[in-house]
Write a protein that binds this ligand. Structure first.
Ligand SMILES: O=P(O)(O)OC[C@H]1O[C@H](OP(=O)(O)OP(=O)(O)O)[C@H](O)[C@@H]1O
Ligand SMILES: Nc1ncnc2[nH]cnc12
Length: 206
């Protein structure tokens, strides 16, 4: 790790930025011209020894208020005026990015939660993760037929979570307009599980 006077901490990780607006992402972009690694300030992927994955951590982004704001603004810029009526955020890290986007574009926010968290009547979808199985639930009545939905999460890996989220929304008659994540792990080919549904990401990490 090195410290840059203007930009703060840079942490090395393999990542390829797709767009650049925030100064947070500018460091990544500039380094794309370099041969190998780029400075990527989401923190280094952390090895999780119990299940042998490299964990991509978005909490370093949250420590930089300007970068966090710019990240939200990138999504808002893309989705404002698109007639999106519901932003569905996936527990837990989709709850960080989803609500500010929903407020800014004037959509309702619907949390898609892990089992036994929602107090009302729910519908459920099970799915397989990079490191186990899980289930998402949504309150019955929160999303209505004809709602235009944006699904928000921090990261797509195998795509199982986004796929389950889309299934929940489509089962109640909503139209999923797009899925939006900060990070994609393209090597895991999660996009292929989205049945052609558009996915918008800010950075890829290999
Ligand atoms: O594309 P996938 O292979 O489905 O994986 C992506 C999901 O995994 C992570 O959440 P996790 O299930 O670890 O839950 P957490 O946010 O509660 O930690 C991440 O925040 C995504 O929701
Ligand atoms: N490698 C990873 N890092 C962070 N969150 C994840 N969710 C699934 N895979 C992940």
């Amino acid at each position: 790790m090195r410290r840059d006077k203007k930009e703060g901490f840079f942490l090395k990780a393999r990542a390829r930025p797709i767009i650049e607006i925030s100064s947070f992402y500018r460091g990544c972009r500039a380094s794309m011209q370099g041969p190998n690694e780029v400075p990527f300030r989401f923190g280094p992927p952390v090895a999780v020894t119990t299940c042998s994955i490299m964990f991509q951590d978005i909490t370093t982004l949250l420590l930089d208020p300007q970068a966090f704001r710019d990240t939200i603004d990138l999504f808002v810029e893309r989705y404002k005026g698109k007639n999106i009526s519901v932003v569905a955020g996936i527990e837990a890290r989709g709850f960080i990015f989803g609500p500010p986007i929903a407020l800014a574009i004037g959509a309702k926010f619907v949390p898609l939660r892990k089992p036994k968290k929602l107090p009302g009547e729910v519908i459920s979808e099970e799915y397989v993760l990079e490191y186990g199985r899980d289930c998402l639930q949504m309150h019955v009545g929160a999303v209505e037929p004809g709602d235009r939905a944006l699904v928000v999460d921090d990261l797509i890996a195998t795509g199982g979570t986004l796929c389950a989220a889309m299934n929940l929304l489509e089962r109640v008659g909503a139209q999923v307009v797009e899925c939006a994540c900060v990070i994609e792990l393209p090597d895991l080919k999660g996009r292929e599980r989205l049945h052609g549904k558009p996915l918008y990401v800010l950075v890829e990490s290999h």
